[in-house]
Design a binder for this molecule. Sequence first.
Ligand SMILES: NC(=O)c1ccc[n+]([C@@H]2O[C@H](COP(=O)([O-])OP(=O)(O)OC[C@H]3O[C@@H](n4cnc5c(N)ncnc54)[C@H](OP(=O)(O)O)[C@@H]3O)[C@@H](O)[C@H]2O)c1
Length: 238
Amino acid sequence: MAPTREADPHVSRTSRGLGLELVRQLARSPTNRVIAACRNSDRATALHSLTSGAKGDLHVLELDVGDPASIRDSVKTVEHILGDSGLDYLYNNAGVNAKIDDAFGLDCGDFMKALEINVAAPALLAQAYLPLIEKSQRKVIVNVSSRYGSVSLDRGPTWPVYSITKSALNMLTYKQAKARPDLIVISLAPGWVKTDMGGPNAALEPHQSVEDQLRIVTGLTPQDSGKFFNHTGEVYPY
Ligand SMILES: NC(=O)c1ccc[n+]([C@@H]2O[C@H](COP(=O)([O-])OP(=O)(O)OC[C@H]3O[C@@H](n4cnc5c(N)ncnc54)[C@H](OP(=O)(O)O)[C@@H]3O)[C@@H](O)[C@H]2O)c1
């Protein structure tokens, strides 16, 4: 992923929005090996269209992060692609919002789905990919979070389900970092970005957020592990 390193292998979830832009930017570098995961490969036309112009080594992989069997199967495919190399960056970008989001009117199905995709999936992915991460010198896990995941930043009553899941994701980051000091695990808030999730009035274009994200992620040191960054590099309180 870092242009200065040789063939940095990288897995992310990427059919649209920030994931797609991540792949677009990463695939520009001939030194990057990018493994882009998407839920439905047949429908991921924008993602497939990047393969022809990629200067780096770009692989597209089918992965439904809500399905533990799909996670397990993806590891075998990635292992095959990497050969003897380890996985330098696991970028847990996939996320969902809840359709009904009211602190006193939760829809149970929505709530469980958001917990599954925003919290359980990054946890299971890190678990499943740990042996490949351990083989790398870089060993970075990025959990894509949100300002809404911080209690201290006070986002008011808006989006409780989403906020609860991102708070839980931040706690996952903290626990992973404490459990494994040899890894670099961070939470990263991408800013308010014009995607399907962020909407058309958001402050940032996807390319701006991703340029910022990559600057932070490629510059991480072991001292950064366990921290919650925003896209400008500011450390947010949990
Ligand atoms: N945009 C913002 O303003 C903003 C702000 C703060 C945080 N974030 C976070 O940034 C991340 C990316 O957001 P975004 O704005 O790019 O959202 P988005 O445009 O809604 O895209 C969501 C992505 O997640 C994927 N995904 C959802 N469920 C999946 C599953 N079960 N398996 C595999 N992939 C799945 C989607 O794939 P499909 O195409 O298959 O549905 C899509 O690629 C999320 O974690 C989000 O919470 C975004």
